[in-house]
Write a protein that binds this ligand. Structure first.
Ligand code: M6R
Length: 596
């Protein structure tokens, strides 16, 4: 979703902002802009397009100076256009800002401001904030902190802001309510960003802004204030972990690179878990009577796959909920809640986690991004070691979430006595063998590419499976539709005849995932039903399963999802490439969904 960068210091703001925006591109956006303050006054440059276009335009642009803010916009209020791109400036020219999130009471505020004579030139809620802040700035005798605390007290929704006040040419202000913001500390310069990548180009000392906090950055110092305007004393954090370079290496797309990184990511995750990464969870695994898993998108699909594994291994009923639904459900809260999220910032998952905590549940998070809100707010965070994931379509984060969940399931089963230590060791050995098996599947890449070439022009398709294979089907269909725009639906194979089979006509593709021995016969019948109506099959199975187009190596049945998902990732990738789509940046999607 929208990305914010800010800079104040001894250097030129323009290149720093542009480079920062480049490092936020992966979040997803449709337009971009920067504002720089210096000897030519305040200059704003915007484009309805890529950061690359913005950089090109900026090469002949007069914006020079040591203070500035920048933005990548993912449209919420107002369609993607240059007019609606950020930064926005208040009608009186006093306030210049960029914004991530949604001001929920914007309509009512806009009407009031219009009646008072404030004019608007865009369709955004951001311009409403700019004018509102300008009005409050007048009301509070040009005191920025009083202005921002007053705003925080009245504004509804979730947002992060980077703000310049024209009468404070040596200060950059920031405000966080839900949407993430991090301040980076340099030598004679300071930085602001929605996420770490732009900051790590310059510094490893950061402050994570908390909800309701205001920051005032100057070149040589940073001050933080509470939502009441009190000066806060905060501790900077040192980013000690290794960060990867954001380049594609020998691969044409980040998605393909990330698919190939999976054997190493799985091995790294298992190493981390075995070396104590799960220690903080042990306490919470005692006496678990109810287990709920929450997440969105692919993270939710991981939850579904884990449900089958945990129920079988731990003899414990597991509930899996979409975080966006869970947060508004009226249900009794009990037991342990596991929140799954790559970014650790997904607004719905964060809200659902908070609801669970408020309801008295113990909370664990399976998260990839260290220091993210979900990681910090859960009672215990288990970090997947996927490394930075850039492609919007998740692959290695999904897989490492799954592996972490399997490991958790084994620990929980030992804790509950449903398996003994010897059985746990055998299961762990199976997990440790996975990286080699994943490599084996990756070697079938060309065969999968051929299948993708054959099916690239299909109008729609189905993914079917039973049990764990159904969970993987859900992920396969999401992968395909998000990057190739082909309508794809996942069905529990037994459900097909309860409705969707009416859509099967000659030539319809049905991808069948079939790895669970107990239901091979049932799957064969379902496949027959498809073929009898002229549907075509693409089968993913194991030796001894059904006749397969893609044959997987065997592992413990409960862990098969970690193998069967790989060909589905590759299939989606190659279909998208063959259709000429922008694989890493699918239309309308954002990597980190920080609004509802
Ligand atoms: O960062 P999260 O894991 O919380 O994100 C959840 C979903 O937005 C995410 O999995 C999304 O569905 C992916 N684009 C799927 O590839």
């Amino acid at each position: 979703m929208c990305g914010i960068v800010g800079y104040i210091g001894k250097g030129q703001a323009k290149p720093i902002l542009l480079q920062g925006l480049k490092h936020l591109e992966y979040r997803g956006y449709d337009s971009a802009g920067i504002a720089v303050w210096g000897k030519n006054g305040l200059q704003i440059l915007k484009t309805h397009g890529r950061v690359e276009d913005l950089s090109q335009q900026a090469s002949t642009w007069e914006g020079e100076g040591n203070l500035g803010i920048g933005h990548t916009r993912w449209a919420t209020h107002g369609k993607p256009s240059k007019k609606n791109a950020h930064p926005h400036i208040s009608a009186d020219g006093q306030v210049i800002l960029t914004h991530n999130g949604i001001l929920e009471n914007y309509l009512q505020v806009k009407q009031t401001l219009q009646l008072e004579g404030w004019s608007f030139s865009s369709d955004t809620d951001t311009e409403v904030i700019a004018n509102w802040l300008a009005k409050l700035f007048q009301l509070h005798n040009q005191d920025p902190i009083a202005t921002l605390t007053d705003f925080l007290g009245q504004a509804q929704g979730s947002f992060a802001l980077a703000i310049l006040f024209r009468n404070f040419p040596n200060r950059l202000f920031a405000l966080r309510k839900e949407s993430p913001l991090v301040v980076g500390i340099g030598e004679g310069e300071n930085f602001l960003a929605s996420d770490l990548p732009p900051l790590l180009l310059h510094t490893r000392r950061v402050y994570y802004m908390e909800n309701g906090e205001i920051a005032c950055l100057q070149a040589d110092k940073v001050a933080f204030y509470s939502d009441k305007g009190e000066l806060l004393s905060k501790k900077a954090e040192e980013i000690s972990w290794q960060t990867e370079k954001m380049d594609k290496g020998k691969y044409p797309h980040f998605m393909l690179k990330e698919i190939h990184e999976q054997p190493e990511a799985v091995a790294r995750t298992l190493r981390y878990l075995r070396e104590g990464g799960m220690d903080c969870a042990k306490h919470w695994l005692k006496n678990v009577e109810q287990l709920t898993i929450i997440g969105c998108g692919s993270s939710y699909h991981v939850g579904i796959a884990l449900q089958y594994a945990i129920e079988r291994l731990c003899q414990l009923p597991v509930r899996v909920e979409l975080a966006s639904e869970f947060r508004y459900r009226e249900i009794p809260m009990q037991g342990l809640v596991v929140a799954i999220s790559q970014s650790g910032e997904t607004a719905d998952t964060l809200a659902a986690l908070r609801k669970a905590k408020k309801g008295g549940c113990a909370t664990l998070a399976i998260v990839n991004v260290v220091g993210s809100a979900i990681a910090r707010e859960a009672d215990c965070a288990l970090y997947t070691q996927a490394g930075m994931e850039i492609a919007v379509a998740t692959t290695k984060a999904y897989l490492t979430q799954l592996i972490t969940g399997y490991y958790l399931a084994v620990q929980l089963a030992v804790e509950r006595g449903s398996i003994d230590v010897f059985q746990a060791r055998c299961l762990l050995a199976d997990l440790l063998d996975l990286p080699e098996k994943i490599k084996e599947i990756l070697r079938q890449k060309e065969a999968i590419h051929r299948l993708a070439k054959r099916w690239k022009d299909m109008q729609y398709c189905f993914f079917i499976g039973r049990g764990m294979d159904y969970a993987v089907s859900m992920e396969g269909s999401l992968k395909l539709k998000e990057i190739s725009y082909i309508p794809a639906e996942a069905y529990a194979a037994g459900e097909l005849k309860h409705g969707a089979i009416s859509l099967i006509e000659p030539g319809t593709l049905v991808c069948c995932v079939c790895t669970q021995e107990g239901v091979f016969d049932k799957m064969r019948s379902n496949m027959q039903e498809v073929q009898s109506r002229g549907g075509e099959l693409l089968t993913i199975s194991i030796p001894g399963g059904v006749a397969c187009d893609i044959c997987l190596p065997k592992t413990e049945e409960m862990f098969m999802a970690s193998l069967s998902v790989i060909p589905l990732q590759l299939f989606a990738y190659f279909v998208s490439v063959e259709r000429g789509e922008d694989v890493d940046k699918p239309l309308n999607l954002a990597k980190s969904v920080t609004v509802e």
